[in-house]
Design a protein around this ligand. Structure first.
Ligand code: COS
Length: 404
């Protein structure tokens, strides 16, 4: 086991860190207050080649590994969770499933343009009546010659209004349950497709969160992603990627809370000393430091398995659950350390507090991840597939686990 970053991973991490500090951080407060999507920032991120991070060079990407991708994601989230959401959805929820399940024609059509940010993607699984119960899709697809006709509604879709392409899950035959679901790549300019920005919301003010409406949307059969009835597997595979990116983002939130808290604690004085000298403040700082480190290790462990190409639902779920929950604690304590100023929108702690809240909700609530992990431990439903080893020591040797 080697904890050192390679020179390349370190370089990518520093590249993302510098970009986050120089280009994202100065805009965060204004974007948050205006509650508008920042198209200029999107262009800058695209121009840097960030969206192509993990794509092979063949599709215009940089071909970096998941360790470096996690570190990039963390750095972006350290300064802005709205921007991190844009980045995560584009890469993990759209590019990765196209890369994994797409035909060569689909890859060539979408990936090079997504790598530059010329094309933005969104992921349409959640519906008004299908959140945690993702199989319960009310959106339907019916075949009509060479086309499929899609009807339904999606909600809480990040990037929904700005997307050029949406991955949409729809039910072809409800008697088949999860095995009747199909996934489609829907160009958002197709007639019958529309989106509506959801505003106001508790946090992520400058992230585009939208509803999608599909009214007799005709999609060519070549736009199906994966095979007939494979849509739920496409969705679950995508969530294994998206949850990983959320977990890395949550580590960034913990680190961001730690950074602002340590700085404030060594500036603010009470009872004739810096508040950072009080042990109760120190305890909160120590806890943030420990949780950032523990969370980062869980994320990097999942990254390692992804790089080895083995199923990692369990490790990803664990990272998402732990980091999402610990980000709540870190943001709560950052507000606590800032005291009354933590309650003011003129200081950053309030934004971290609001933005952190969604981390235990989207891409599987903490309860869903507890369920995945408990059912795995109890042998009810092995998270990494039926043949995954159940002995915790065996689990450390990831080579033996099932391939995705
Ligand atoms: N990768 C690949 N396949 C997977 C998978 C994964 N991570 N997880 C499940 N599957 C497969 C199963 O193997 C099963 O396939 P077979 O029928 O061929 O055996 C199929 O998908 C259905 O799985 P399961 O029976 O476990 O489905 P459930 O309805 O019981 O759902 C949970 C399981 C609760 C884990 C799932 O619905 C879930 O993750 N819900 C939360 C959804 C979510 O995160 N929503 C927020 C989206 S924000 S973008």
């Amino acid at each position: 086991m080697n904890f050192d970053l390679t020179p390349e991973q370190r370089e990518i991490w520093l590249w993302a860190k510098e970009f986050a500090d120089k280009e994202i951080a100065p805009r965060v407060e204004e974007n948050d207050h205006k509650a508008e999507f920042d198209f200029d920032l999107l262009k800058k991120i695209g121009g840097q080649g960030f969206f192509g991070a993990i794509l092979p060079e063949k599709y215009g990407g940089q071909g970096i590994d998941h360790i470096a991708y996690a570190l990039m994601t963390e750095e972006i989230a350290r300064v802005c969770s709205s921007t991190r959401t844009l980045f995560s959805v584009q890469i993990s929820l759209v590019e990765k499933p196209i890369l994994h399940y797409g035909t060569e024609a689909q890859k060539e059509k979408y990936l090079p343009k997504m790598a530059t940010g010329e094309m933005i993607g969104c992921f349409g699984l959640t519906e008004p009546g299908a959140g945690s119960d993702a199989v319960n899709q009310a959106t339907t697809c019916k075949q009509d010659g060479d086309y499929w006709i899609l009807n339904g509604q999606k909600t809480w879709i990040s990037n929904g209004s700005i997307a050029d392409v949406a991955i949409v899950m729809a039910q072809a035959d409800s008697s088949k349950g999860s095995r009747g679901i199909c996934a489609f790549l829907v160009d958002t300019k197709t007639e019958g497709f529309s989106a509506r920005y959801i505003k106001p919301k508790l946090g992520l003010h400058s992230s585009d969160t939208s509803e999608l409406f599909l009214d007799n949307v005709r999609v060519h059969k070549d736009q199906m992603l994966g095979g007939y009835g494979e849509g739920f597997k496409v969705a679950m595979y995508s969530l294994d990627q998206g949850r990983f990116s959320v977990a890395a983002g949550a580590v960034g939130v913990i680190q961001g809370c730690l950074d602002i808290s340590t700085q404030y604690a060594m500036e603010r004085e009470a009872f004739d000393q810096k508040i950072g000298e009080f042990q109760m403040v120190q305890q909160m700082i120590a806890e943030m430091s420990m949780n950032a480190e523990a969370g980062r290790l869980l994320v990097l462990r999942a990254a390692d398995k992804k790089d080895k190409g083995v199923r990692n639902t369990r490790e990803t779920s664990m990272a998402k659950l732990f980091c999402g929950d610990m980000a709540q604690k870190a943001a709560y304590n950052a507000v606590q350390i800032f005291g009354g100023y933590g309650f003011s929108e003129e200081y950053p702690a309030a934004r971290y507090y609001r933005d952190a809240r969604v981390l235990t909700l989207y891409e599987g609530t903490s309860q869903i991840h507890n369920l995945i992990l408990a059912q795995d431990e109890l042998g009810i439903r092995p998270a990494n597939g039926k043949n995954a080893p159940s002995n915790p020591v065996d689990r450390l040797s990831s080579q033996e686990l099932l391939s995705v």
